[in-house]
Design a protein around this ligand. Structure first.
Ligand SMILES: Cc1ncc(COP(=O)(O)O)c(C=O)c1O
Length: 387
């Protein structure tokens, strides 16, 4: 096996989840998904497709009608994006890996804004690239970008900037002015930007971007031929985590490479899954605002309750579906998360899973169909800390 693969750390979130194996009394908030199943109208579209016998290979870049529908959806939220610049992928993580395969290889330099979902930084490492980490900073309890530090890190030797905003796990979101400065800088250094915007619709401060309920996106400000790749997913905005469907927006120059890479990775996304994606987009205007308001309700239930627990420091996230917090006196997040599972029946993700920069923090996914579960979880935490 290649040394680099051997050296990849295992998932610390799984490690915590394994501590609760065989128990059905754990309130689990460790994974990044809602406990609400995919809406019926989306599931029905997949069932119909299967019943119609759509069980064959399809286009590498996605069904033409899905690429058209994505073009309409993305253009409705941002500047117009032609279907010819959109590729359908088998999940958001697959979209990110394809982008990285196209843009970075052995000896290349990738600058990543961290802490971040660990898959993002593992991908360039797997491909043999060097990852330079630029940490977010905590100011007055909230995570912020060190913009001068980031600009200093991106030089003409930097092949790719990797940035995820709204950010998993911190909830930090890039401001429009920061995006403009970063884009201008990357144009000067010739650096590609891979923007992971899978949480763009899970955003609680509308009015900042042309589309409502949408975080600022690089797609609002970039030109079609900018060195910009934006990765998206159906997982979060349509409750479709288990379906594995996503898409990429890329400049035209990257499309031929992407077609080949999709052929050699997955060949295509399954047609019945793409039909479900089409149904999701057709229902987006009716479904997404309701989902976001339910998630906001969850956030607004969890955050004040959590903040009231003695010793807890937590900032209100602008986007994403996580409360990221720390508890005074606790510095080893993996050990603490395991104790919480075993002793309190509470399942959280350890900050260390997202990089050394997040050691000492805990991530709580608040996407729940039942806000009462969140309140019960906080009670368990408070009781654990009192003992
Ligand atoms: C920041 C970020 N990017 C991408 C993904 C990938 O989503 P999926 O592969 O489910 O489409 C996730 C999933 O949790 C994520 O948190």
């Amino acid at each position: 096996m290649r040394f680099v693969i051997d050296q990849l750390p295992g998932s610390k979130i799984r490690e915590v989840a394994n501590a609760g194996l065989g128990r059905d009394d754990v309130l689990a908030f460790w994974f990044g998904e809602s406990d609400e199943p995919t809406p019926l109208f989306i599931r029905e579209a997949a069932v119909k497709s299967l019943q119609d016998g759509e069980t064959f290979y399809a286009h590498n870049l996605g069904l033409p009608e899905l690429r058209e529908a994505l073009s309409g959806y993305v253009s409705g939220l941002h500047k117009p994006v032609a279907a010819s610049r959109i590729a359908v992928t088998s999940s958001g993580v697959n979209a990110l890996m394809l982008a990285m395969q196209a843009l970075a290889g052995p000896g290349d330099e990738v600058v990543a804004v961290v802490p971040v979902w660990p898959n993002l930084t593992a991908q360039p490492a797997i491909l043999g690239a060097t990852v330079k980490r630029v940490p977010l900073q905590v100011r007055d309890g909230a995570w912020c970008l060190d913009l001068p530090g980031l600009l200093a890190a991106i030089t003409p030797a930097t092949n790719v900037l990797l940035v995820n905003a709204p950010n998993n796990p911190t909830g930090w979101t890039l401001a429009r002015a920061e995006q403009e400065t970063i884009l201008a800088h990357c144009r000067r250094t010739g650096t590609w930007i891979i923007a992971d915007e899978v949480y763009e619709r899970v955003y609680f401060a509308p009015g900042n971007a042309p589309g409502s309920n949408c975080a600022p996106s690089f797609l609002d400000i970039a030109e079609p031929d900018d060195r910009l790749v934006v990765a998206h997913s159906f997982s979060k905005s349509f409750l479709m985590t288990g379906w594995r469907l996503g898409w990429l927006v890329v400049p035209a120059v990257l499309m031929p490479a992407l077609g080949k890479l999709i052929e050699f990775n997955t060949s295509c996304a399954p047609v019945f899954i793409q039909r479900a994606g089409l149904a999701a987009l057709a229902g987006a205007a009716d479904f997404v605002p309701g989902l976001v308001s339910r998630l906001k309700n969850c956030r607004d239930t969890l955050l004040p309750a959590l903040a009231a627990v003695p010793g807890v420091t937590v900032a209100v996230p602008e986007g994403g579906m996580y409360a990221f917090f720390r508890i005074a006196g606790h510095t080893d997040s993996l050990a603490l998360a395991k104790r919480l599972v075993v002793e309190a029946g509470l399942g959280l993700a350890p900050g260390a899973a997202f990089g050394d920069e997040a050691e000492g923090w805990l991530r709580w996914c608040f996407a729940s169909n039942d806000p009462m579960r969140l309140a019960q979880g906080v009670e368990r935490l408070a009781k654990f800390l009192r003992l």
